[in-house]
Design a protein around this ligand. Structure first.
Ligand code: ADP
Ligand code: TRP
Length: 328
């Protein structure tokens, strides 16, 4: 029997996760464990390019870890860890940087955007794709599921790995393939634009029931009167409802929309109830983890121990071929 391929998912901790992250990234990534041996890590070194508050970064790592654990990531049978617990990635990053041309990095989107916006990017942002390549190559990853915005980084990773293999022999590093899921929907926020932390239109996943209900009530709707029929295909409440309600409930709400004499307030209440039913048991797990961060740390440390073993093997192979260390 051939082993399932290794897929690697990097999660940048950037504040409290919202429904866009949940339905657009977290749940699709968790489903990959059906087909791949999954490696999932929280990319705290990457967040350091912008985050300057140490306590906030560590808190954000805990929130993200607790979210993935509460949403059902099988961290006992797959590898789940924090990037900075395996500092070998920084050593690999250095070696890779010696095979990366400045020209390649000046073509990276994030760097180009920063310069175009008149910013003076730090070296960490400039070298971001090299560290990301190190994340991927350190664990012999075969598949890297990414959104379109990260595809360029995986292509750069392949280019860098090819150069290393050219010098030290095929098989020194494993070339990864990007995996782009075209079917992932864009989740709308309260104002109808893409839900995003930067637009202040997000609903955080584990908001407590009372403020959660208030948040759902803020969704912007059409201006039809209560009596007028409404179009389910053109309504943000309906878009969100489809993610959490049963097929029968969705059909029923569509019927109410088309019939008229049905207000958006009632639709929002149904959405709140369906989401609450979906999230309540998971929120309990999440709240327990956040109240007991030692449980989160224990899971991350177990994952790091497994990840470190693979990382050391890759680095031994590379150091031997590069002429680093005694070679003994
Ligand atoms: P934000 O826009 O809130 O800063 P991030 O850029 O940190 O979100 O996104 C992290 C992950 O969640 C990415 O994989 C991204 O594609 C996904 N994601 C974020 N917002 C949405 C959304 N509204 N719909 C679908 N996926 C989303
Ligand atoms: N750069 C990714 C992001 O901004 C996070 C990330 C870091 C990553 N290292 C990775 C993703 C390795 C995939 C593979 O979202």
């Amino acid at each position: 029997m051939t082993a399932r391929p290794v897929s690697l998912t990097g999660i940048k901790p950037t504040g409290t996760p919202h429904l866009g992250n949940l339905f657009g990234a977290i749940l699709p990534a968790i489903r990959l464990t059906e087909r791949y041996r999954g490696i999932y890590f929280i990319a705290d070194y990457h967040s350091l390019t912008t985050e300057r508050d140490g306590a906030a970064l560590r808190h954000s790592v805990h929130e993200v870890a607790a979210t993935w654990m509460a949403m059902g990531l099988d961290h006992e049978n797959h590898v789940f860890f924090r990037q900075s617990d395996v500092p070998e990635v920084c050593e690999l990053s250095w070696v890779l940087s010696c095979f990366t041309s400045m020209g390649l990095l000046t073509r990276a989107h994030a760097y180009k955007d920063a310069v175009a916006n008149g910013k003076d990017p730090n070296h960490g942002l400039f070298a971001y794709p090299v560290l990301m390549a190190a994340d991927i190559l350190l664990y012999d990853s075969e598949v890297v599921p990414v959104g379109k915005d990260q595809k360029q980084h995986v292509e750069m990773c392949r280019e860098i790995a090819q150069r290393v293999n050219h010098h030290y022999g095929e098989g020194t590093l494993v070339l990864p393939e990007p995996l782009i899921d075209e079917n992932v929907a864009t989740i709308p926020g309260l104002d109808g634009r893409k839900m995003s932390k930067s637009y202040d239109n997000a609903i955080e996943i584990f908001t407590a029931p009372k403020p959660l209900r208030k948040r759902f009530m803020k969704i912007v709707t059409g201006s039809e009167t209560m009596e007028e029929p409404k179009d389910p295909a053109n309504c943000r409440i309906f878009d969100l409802y489809k993610l959490v309600a049963t097929a029968a409930e969705v059909a029923d709400l569509a019927g109410c929309y088309r019939a008229g004499n049905f207000g958006y307030g009632e639709a929002k209440q149904r959405l709140f109830e369906a989401y609450e039913r979906f999230i309540a048991p998971r929120r309990e797990v999440y709240d327990d983890l956040m109240a007991n961060p030692a449980k989160i740390e224990a899971a991350l440390e177990r994952g790091a121990a497994t990840a470190r073993a693979t990382a050391r093997r890759t680095m031994e192979r590379l150091r031997e071929r590069c002429g680093l260390g005694s070679g003994g």
